[in-house]
Design a protein around this ligand. Structure first.
Ligand code: G3P
Length: 214
């Protein structure tokens, strides 16, 4: 499974990109707004920093506007993937953009039914929101698993991005079930790196080494 980082913060992207573990970036309007910077500038900077797809989301709610906005975003950089919410207008926009060769990421996916519709409309990626399903008292990983099963069954080539990841177990479970990608917040990537036994082990090795020098 490939890993994307789910952030619009350049410093977070720069640090994690230096680890060599990320293959792309996803943003959403909330993440971009948090940075308080010009949207197009942020998207271009991210594309210049990272190799791989960079999702940037449309804000419009009508098909024609989504398509127009999507084309503007796609024109910012060849790595841009246009993120579009799954709804009637969004499906029609995904269809039009995919027919014009624009990569799309169907977002705010909360069911296998929505994922199937988005894939059939021509989405390059679908983003089921695992954590937000969990927040409703339902099982986000179960929804993800259903999408993996359906796509495998029909050899659908739309890639599945496990999104709204809240902790490392979400990432590992998504990998075990065969999701293509997990888009992971910076804080969770940090949690994935660390293990108390690794820290204890490093300290012990250094202590033993120093003791032997004395
Ligand atoms: O970027 C989409 C998704 O990952 C957002 O996650 O934590 O706001 O539910 P979250």
């Amino acid at each position: 499974m490939r890993l994307f980082i789910d952030t619009a913060n350049i410093e977070e992207i720069r640090e994690v990109n230096n680890w060599g573990v990320i293959s792309g970036v996803t943003t959403n309007p909330s993440l971009v707004a948090r940075e308080g910077r010009d949207f197009a500038t942020v998207v271009r900077e991210i594309c210049d920093l990272v190799e791989g797809p960079v999702s940037a989301e449309v804000l419009s709610l009508h098909t024609d506007e989504m398509v127009r906005e999507g084309k503007q975003l796609a024109a910012l950089h060849p790595q841009v993937v246009v993120k579009i919410p799954v709804c009637e207008a969004g499906l029609a926009a995904i269809r039009q953009l995919s027919r014009q060769g624009v990569s799309t990421n169907a977002t705010l996916v909360f069911s296998a039914a929505q994922a199937l519709l988005a894939a059939r409309a021509g989405a390059s990626y679908v983003s089921p929101f695992v954590g937000r399903v969990d927040d409703t008292g339902n099982d986000g990983l179960q929804v993800l698993s259903e999408i993996v099963t359906v796509f495998d069954h029909y050899l659908i080539d739309t890639e599945i991005i496990a999104a709204s990841i809240r902790h490392p177990v979400h990432v590992v479970e998504a990998a075990k079930m065969g999701a293509h990608i997990a888009t992971v917040p910076y804080s969770v990537l940090k949690q994935m790196v660390r293990h108390p036994l690794t820290e204890v082990g490093i300290t012990r090795f250094l202590d033993d080494w120093k003791a032997a020098q004395r």
